[in-house]
Ligand binder design. Structure first.
Ligand code: HEC
Length: 115
């Protein structure tokens, strides 16, 4: 009897671990990291991207909903850190004071707008 219970308990623990693992690595349909997108969304408010791109990223001077169709994630990161290196004379200020991980989160958020 004790053996059966311990086998059942082990199975239950395995099942729980499996579920947690999936949660931690949730991806959108194009393979973006959901946790990174939600951090990016917060940074988008915090660093005032919203002032020029709108609360949802699609309603300011520059609509970002098609950005993911034009650029790779690396290119979007370059845009954010140094816009004039992507487009000479671009009117967006450079956000080169951000950590690489923050730029990555912002880029994942921007690209997710097109999904
Ligand atoms: C002062 C206004 C302003 C702020 C603040 C700003 N942007 Fe921009 N951004 C622009 C403008 C204007 C463009 C279009 C530039 C152009 O084409 O010359 C642009 C373009 C972009 C692009 C390229 C879009 C495309 O499809 O070509 C990305 C990506 C972007 N911004 C992300 C961000 C993020 C992320 C932040 C916050 C960290 C931010 N922007 C803050 C004004 C701003």
């Amino acid at each position: 009897m004790y053996k059966i219970v311990s086998v059942l308990v082990s199975l239950l623990i395995l099942l729980l671990l499996e579920t947690c693992g999936n949660d931690a690595l949730q991806k959108t349909k194009t393979g973006l990291d959901k946790a990174s997108i939600s951090r990016g969304k917060q940074l988008f408010q915090q660093y005032r991207c919203v002032q020029c791109h709108g609360d949802d990223g699609t309603s300011g001077f520059a609509d970002l909903s098609k950005t993911g169709e034009k650029y790779s994630i690396q290119e979007v990161k370059t845009w954010i850190a140094n816009p004039s290196s992507m487009k000479p004379g671009a009117s967006m200020p450079a956000f080169n004071m951000l950590q690489d991980e923050q730029v990555s989160d912002l880029a994942q958020f921007v690209i997710s707008l097109g999904e």
